[in-house]
Design a protein around this ligand. Structure first.
Ligand SMILES: Nc1nc2c(ncn2[C@@H]2O[C@H](COP(=O)(O)OP(=O)(O)OP(=O)(O)O)[C@@H](O)[C@H]2O)c(=O)[nH]1
Length: 270
C-alpha cells in the first residue's frame, strides 16, 4: 500500500513537472511576444530616451546641471519612457545594495516608487515647464514695498540628494509700470525652482533672476532659511543648524533703509 502510494506520488510529480514546464514555456512565449518590459529601457529604436534628450541638449549647447530645467528638450511621451529607464537603473542600485526585492514585500516596487518620486514629485522642477504666471496691470501705479512669505521650500541638495526644507520671504518694490503678478504665483515659482537638486546659494539666485525677469520691479529682496538633511540625518549630524541667505537686487542694494524695512517686517525672523 505504501509502495503504491509512492508510485502514484512519483507519477503525480512527473506529471506536475511536465505541467509546470509547459506553463513556463507558454509564459516565456507570451513574454517574448509582448512589448519590452520596464527594465528594457531602450526605446523602440534601441537608444535610451535619456541619451536622446542629452543629445538634443548638447546640440543646442544647453547646460543640464542638476538645477537646470530641461523640459524644452523632452518630447511628448518621453517622460513616461524616462520613468521606465530610471526604474530599471534604480532596480540595479537596489540589486547592488544586496536587497532582495524579489521576496521582500516592502521593496518589491521600490525602484518604480523612487523613479516616480524623483521625476514626477521632488525633482519635477527639472522636467516640467514653468508654471503659467497671471499678470495684472499696475492700475493704481503702486510703488510701495510688498512682502510675501513664508513660502515653504522643499528641495534636495545636489551633493547627497538629501532633503532641504525651509522657508522663503520675497520682497518686491514695484514701480508704476511694473505688472503685478498673482500672489500665489510666487509660491508656484518657488516650487518650480526648488523642485530640483540645488545648493541654496544658487537656488535663491535662480529664483531672483526669474522674478526679476517676470515682474521687472525696481527692487527685489529674497531671504531663505533652510535645514539641510545632509547635515542632520547624516554627516556631522547637527540637528539645529540652518542656512540663511539673501539676495538683494535694484533699490534693495542701494537703499539700506529699505533693506532694513524689509528685514524688520519679516515675521518671526527677528
Ligand atoms: N554651500 C552649500 N553647501 C551645501 C549645501 N547643501 C549641502 N552642502 C554641503 O556640501 C558639502 C558636500 O561635501 P563633501 O565633502 O563633498 O561630501 P561629504 O564627504 O559627504 O561631506 P560631509 O557632509 O561633511 O560628510 C557638505 O559640506 C554639505 O554640508 C548648500 O546648499 N550650500
Amino acid at each position: 500500500m505504501r509502495r503504491f502510494r509512492k508510485r502514484r506520488s512519483r507519477k503525480t510529480s512527473v506529471k506536475q513537472a511536465r505541467g509546470f514546464a509547459g506553463t513556463m514555456r507558454a509564459m516565456l512565449k507570451e513574454l517574448l511576444a509582448t512589448d519590452a518590459p520596464a527594465s528594457a529601457a531602450p526605446s523602440a529604436e534601441g537608444t535610451p530616451v535619456s541619451v536622446k534628450i542629452r543629445e538634443r541638449l548638447v546640440a543646442a549647447r544647453k547646460r543640464f546641471n542638476a538645477n537646470d530645467n530641461i523640459s524644452e528638450f523632452i518630447q511628448p511621451g518621453e517622460l513616461d519612457r524616462l520613468l521606465d529607464e530610471v526604474e530599471a537603473k534604480m532596480q540595479d542600485v537596489l540589486d547592488s545594495m544586496v536587497i532582495d526585492t524579489a521576496t521582500d514585500h516592502n521593496t518589491q516596487n521600490t525602484a518604480r516608487r523612487v523613479a516616480k518620486m524623483y521625476l514626477t514629485e521632488v525633482f519635477k522642477g527639472r522636467y516640467v515647464p514653468q508654471p503659467a504666471i497671471t499678470e495684472f496691470p499696475n492700475a493704481e501705479h503702486l510703488n510701495e514695498l510688498m512682502i510675501v512669505g513664508p513660502i515653504t521650500v522643499r528641495s534636495a541638495c545636489s551633493h547627497h540628494l538629501c532633503p532641504v526644507i525651509g522657508k522663503i520671504w520675497i520682497g518686491v518694490m514695484p514701480n508704476e509700470h511694473t505688472n503685478v503678478i498673482g500672489l500665489s504665483k510666487y509660491a508656484r515659482l518657488v516650487d518650480w525652482v526648488m523642485g530640483r537638486p540645488q545648493i541654496q546659494e544658487e537656488a535663491v539666485v535662480q529664483l531672483a533672476d526669474l522674478i526679476m525677469d517676470k515682474t521687472q520691479p525696481d527692487g527685489l529682496a529674497i531671504v531663505m532659511e533652510a535645514s539641510h538633511f545632509c547635515m542632520s540625518w547624516r554627516g556631522v549630524r547637527e540637528m539645529d543648524s540652518k542656512m540663511l541667505n539673501s539676495v538683494m537686487r535694484g533699490v534693495f542694494l542701494k537703499d539700506p533703509a529699505l533693506r532694513r524695512e524689509f528685514l524688520s517686517l519679516i515675521p518671526g525672523r527677528n
